[in-house]
Design a protein around this ligand. Structure first.
Ligand code: ATP
Ligand code: MG
Length: 437
């Protein structure tokens, strides 16, 4: 992509309305613009990151046996009356009346809808277990939307739902999702801590939140130091490994969200107990037959008897993750994207647009990288080099390739690593090879 033809409205000054660094940097880097309180437009750069995160979430879901589908954003109030949540949900639910005076709502989550789809389509235990998910916009009329994408009103969530014949099988589904989540966050460059959580309005009796440690986090957690520092969360477990044994090992450590933590009953000695702030990026629940019972989701069991299915639900805050990654990875000059979610891998900077030799070398670099499938943002603008450096540092691409007249005379270009700041002067060929072309 040529920057002269792209849409990247960066800002030099810090926007006054942004209180946390991720919000500030996303506005300044031209990733998002607010349209109403807690409702954002995704500009091209931000949208690329959002899609990359969604793709990583998707690939770990598929790897652990979840199947993608897509449910609508608008739902019928009647479904929510069946579960009893239409009244229980309160003012966070955005209620809508259509032209025929039918009561609708903008979905804050999808337990009712997926249970309805299940009860109308699945009839036999032979079709179980099933794990279905989608990545779809949600709306929650948060009382205080704040911190940009961190607590929006409209936000993108991956929500998955498991259906099993009994508790043992449902527990395996829960464990698979816990591991899929740990893998997902690791691929995003994050360490997420699974903490025991309250089940809240979703209900049920087993639940973990996944918290990214960050001082700006809205949540508080308490955890055994050995869990946070012992390396167990960094182990990469695949679907053919012993998932259940690993989850047993992880959950044997004490880790609790603040509402679950009772100082008096805490099993961890004070010197090993760490109190930290965190950003909740995921939440998983096993809730048994709460919805299947209320909504009549049954299958015919192996002995011919009707069995009410056991369910769980599994959410990842996809849009919140964009902000969480920035909170975890930035410096005074801007964002530092992990390569896995960077909007482009390379920022190519022409230090003198219009100079024939520089233009030719840049063009060659741009074409070679593009042909090799490397995403490049080519700053071909006729701008001061200083302004180009500042923009490139701000948007945080992992690599910068700088090409100027002086270097070319000496036969070199400059390759800069955004994260380490390390610079190398090498031939153009060697730089391109290092970048994967
Ligand atoms: P929170 O405690 O932060 O309000 P929640 O418990 O209401 O979150 P869940 O219902 O568990 O959230 O939703 C799953 C995930 O969706 C959360 O872990 C979070 O990452 C994300 N999420 C929830 N609410 C918001 C929001 N208002 N803006 C952005 N992401 C959100
Ligand atoms: Mg939660």
């Amino acid at each position: 992509m040529r920057l002269s033809a792209y849409f990247l409205p960066t800002m030099k000054e810090n926007p006054a309305e942004a209180q946390v660094v991720s919000h500030r940097l996303m506005l300044r880097a031209g990733m998002i613009r607010q349209q109403s309180a807690g409702i954002y437009a995704w500009l091209p750069l931000g949208f690329r990151v959002l899609n990359k995160i969604a793709d990583i979430v998707r690939s770990e879901q598929e790897r652990f046996g979840a199947i993608e589908m897509l449910m609508p954003t608008i739902q019928s109030a009647d479904l929510w009356r069946e579960s009893g949540r239409y009244d229980a949900y309160g003012p966070e639910m955005l209620r809508i009346i259509d032209r025929h005076e039918r009561e609708m709502l903008f979905g804050p989550t999808n337990e009712e809808m997926i249970t309805d789809i299940f009860r109308n389509t699945v009839k036999s235990y032979k079709d179980l277990p099933k794990m279905l998910y989608h990545i779809q916009w949600k709306f929650r009329d948060e009382i205080r939307p704040r911190f940009g994408l961190m607590r929006g009103r409209e936000f993108l969530m991956k929500d998955g739902y498991s259906f099993d014949l009994d508790y043992e099988s449902a527990r395996k589904a829960y464990n698979r999702m816990m591991v899929a989540y740990l893998n997902t966050f690791a691929r995003l460059g994050l360490t997420a801590v699974p903490v025991r959580a309250d089940t809240g309005p979703i209900g049920g009796n087993l639940s973990h939140e996944f918290q990214i440690l960050a001082e700006t986090g809205e949540s508080e957690l308490f955890a055994d130091r050995d869990l946070l520092e012992g390396g167990i969360l960094k182990r990469n477990i695949g679907p053919t490994d012993d998932v259940d044994a690993y989850v047993d090992e992880v959950t044997a450590f004490y880790a609790a969200a603040d509402e679950m933590h009772e100082a008096a009953n805490c099993p961890v000695p004070a010197e090993k107990l760490m109190a930290r702030r965190g950003i909740e990026v995921g939440h998983i629940f096993y809730f048994g037959t709460k919805y299947s019972e209320a909504m009549g989701a049954q299958v015919i069991g192996p002995g011919g008897e009707p069995v009410t299915v056991h369910m769980g639900s599994y959410g990842v805050g996809v849009s919140r993750l964009v902000a969480a990654i920035i909170e975890a990875s930035h410096d005074d000059n801007g964002i530092i994207w992990p390569e896995s979610v960077a909007p482009f891998k390379v920022g190519l900077i022409s230090l003198r647009a219009g100079d024939a030799e520089v233009d030719a070398a840049c063009q060659k670099a741009y074409e070679t990288l593009t042909r090799a499938g490397v995403d490049v943002l080519y700053d071909d603008r006729d701008e001061r080099a200083g302004a180009k450096f500042a923009d490139m540092d701000l948007i945080g691409l992992p690599w910068q390739l700088l090409i100027g007249p002086k270097g070319l005379k000496a036969g070199v270009v400059e390759l800069k690593n955004r994260k380490t700041g390390e610079r190398q002067e090498v031939s153009l060929e060697s730089a391109l090879a290092q970048l994967g072309a």
